[in-house]
Write a protein of this length. Structure first.
Length: 238
């Protein structure tokens, strides 16, 4: 079997590096982070820029991901059956709760947001990666999907949380009191009743919670949304 092509591996590494940061990176940053000679890194960045996969800021000379990646990513997401089936349900969920709605699937060591309905004024997060064990979306997937849960889970306390998630039928993630956020998520199944993703909402805890935790109406809306998507995927609404 032919070996991998080194230049493609390096180009992919540059795209991952730029995707993982919250700021633009200069040539020296890219080269040192990936252990490349500056000339090699510059040649790769120049090619990626010519294809629209990377953009260079005219003032600073630093690089960031290009708009062509968004077009390619949108093509993948639009072809994703779960996202296609979830669109109208998550729109309804966002309207019913007044909070940001998410649909996500397991991906690598986290969960990939394949659809996001943001609150007014919030930036879209479709394509973002969320922590597997540190998000309600990830936790509900871990609770029901043994393949996902095969990753290191973080000890007996996390296993107890997964058991509680299965018992109540949804996962929660509450930040410490005082201006924190709250999230609740439920599982989506396909026609074989297998876990394929999760749907949930996130918002300010002061809106989503009372003294007893996440508001029952919010939980019910998320669970109904999950049943609706699952039903459209052939799992039924039981």
């Amino acid at each position: 079997m032919p070996g991998s092509i080194q230049s493609l591996e390096r180009a992919a590494a540059i795209l991952r590096l730029l995707a993982g940061g919250e700021r633009r990176l200069g040539l020296s940053d890219v080269a040192s982070s990936l252990g490349l000679a500056k000339g090699t890194a510059h040649g790769l960045l120049r090619t990626l820029r010519s294809e629209g996969l990377v953009e260079q800021d005219a003032a600073s000379g630093k690089y960031q991901l290009g708009a062509e990646l968004l077009r390619l990513g949108t093509g993948y997401l639009d072809g994703h059956q779960l996202r296609a089936r979830a669109l109208r349900w998550t729109d309804d969920l966002a309207r019913a709760t007044g909070e940001a709605a998410y649909v996500a699937v397991p991906h690598r060591d986290g969960v990939l947001v394949v659809h996001h309905v943001p609150r007014p004024g919030e930036p879209p997060r479709t394509g973002a990666m969320l922590p597997l064990h540190g998000s309600a979306l990830g936790r509900v997937l871990c609770a029901y999907d043994p393949v996902t849960r095969a990753e290191p889970a973080g000890g007996p306390g996390f296993e107890a949380e997964l058991a509680a998630t299965r018992a109540r039928g949804f996962a929660v993630d509450l930040e410490p009191a005082g201006g924190g956020t709250a999230s609740v998520a439920a599982l989506v199944r396909d026609g074989r009743r297998m876990p394929v993703g999760a749907v949930g909402v996130t918002g300010a805890a002061e809106r989503m919670c009372d003294a007893g935790g996440v508001l029952a109406g919010v939980v019910a809306a998320v669970q109904d949304c999950a049943r609706g998507i699952s039903g459209d995927l052939g799992a039924g609404r039981a």
